[in-house]
Design a protein around this ligand. Structure first.
Ligand SMILES: NC(=O)c1ccc[n+]([C@@H]2O[C@H](COP(=O)([O-])OP(=O)(O)OC[C@H]3O[C@@H](n4cnc5c(N)ncnc54)[C@H](OP(=O)(O)O)[C@@H]3O)[C@@H](O)[C@H]2O)c1
Length: 255
């Protein structure tokens, strides 16, 4: 691991995979200069675990309010992050926060579709737009050529349920989630092309079927295994994987 401290931002960091990412990032992925752990309600009961973790690492973890469905809150979060990192910029964004709605083609309401789309697709898009100057600054300051995870990167947590190729085999009641993740995949691939000239690396990761509130108790793996695999993979990424869609084991997921 490189010894240059890096700055990281994770959304949906208060529970599930996001909270475990914060934990493993601070405990095993050093050195970090700062980790912005973003959540919708930093003072509420759902962020209790995150607050306890931040208390253990007060010099590294900064809890910031960010609601992916609210462009204003993304703008404010970007201003807060800029005031901390200054000219050094922000090295890594992990867009993890997302929502699911359990409904089928015939059941899904326009409200459910719009909510999932604004949270899971538009949110990550606005995050790239609002944080682009910080990512560019980090890429410039790295002093190394080409793209890499620790230089400047946007990692989007997606879902195999967004894969059109395997949609028939993975059919389940979560149409709004599936459609929004398929659209997220397209957005991120376009970002990987558009941001290449700035040396900003972009890729998509499927965390596996994980035992969280979203994945449910039947999930195949726990958060520890999923996050451990994803972090190991992130650290091994090379330019070749810019725009790739991989799972937590590093296997290619069909589009
Ligand atoms: N678990 C699985 O099997 C599985 C499989 C494939 C993909 N994924 C993906 O993995 C990621 C994490 O899921 P998880 O399993 O950890 O789910 P989870 O335990 O339900 O956690 C979801 C997280 O997203 C946050 N979130 C929801 N709406 C948000 C918004 N508008 N803005 C910001 N954050 C928001 C939640 O915050 P609140 O506490 O405020 O609600 C929570 O922190 C998601 O992108 C999900 O699609 C999970």
């Amino acid at each position: 691991m490189s010894s240059k401290p890096i700055s990281v931002l994770i959304t949906g960091a208060n529970r599930g995979l996001g909270l475990e990412m914060v934990k493993q990032m601070v405990e095993t992925q050093g050195p970090l200069s700062v980790l912005f752990a973003c959540c919708r309600d930093p003072d509420g009961p759902r962020a209790e675990g995150l607050r306890a973790l931040a208390k253990k690492h007060p010099d590294i973890i900064k809890i910031i309010r960010l609601d992916a469905a609210d462009p204003n809150s993304i703008k404010q979060a970007a201003q807060q992050v800029a005031s901390v990192v200054g000219k050094s910029g922000l090295n890594i964004i992990i867009n993890n926060g997302a929502m699911a709605c359990l409904s089928t083609v015939l059941e899904s309401t326009p409200e459910e579709m719009n909510k999932c789309f604004s949270t899971n697709t538009v949110g990550p898009l606005v995050i790239i737009q609002e944080f682009i100057s910080l990512l560019r600054a980090a890429a410039k300051n790295s002093g190394t050529p080409g793209m890499s995870f620790r230089k400047a990167a946007v990692i989007n947590i997606t879902a195999i349920l967004g894969s059109i190729t395997v949609a028939k085999e993975t059919f389940t009641k979560s149409l709004p989630h599936r459609v929004s993740k398929a659209a997220l995949n397209m957005m991120l691939v376009c970002a990987s092309v558009e941001l290449q000239k700035d040396d900003i690396f972009c890729m998509l990761l499927h965390p596996g079927w994980v035992r969280t509130d979203m994945g449910g108790p039947q999930g195949e793996i726990d958060v520890h295994e999923s996050v451990e695999g994803m972090l190991k993979l992130m650290n091994s990424l090379t330019e070749k994987q810019n725009g790739a869609l991989l799972n937590w084991k590093g296997e290619t997921v069909p589009w």
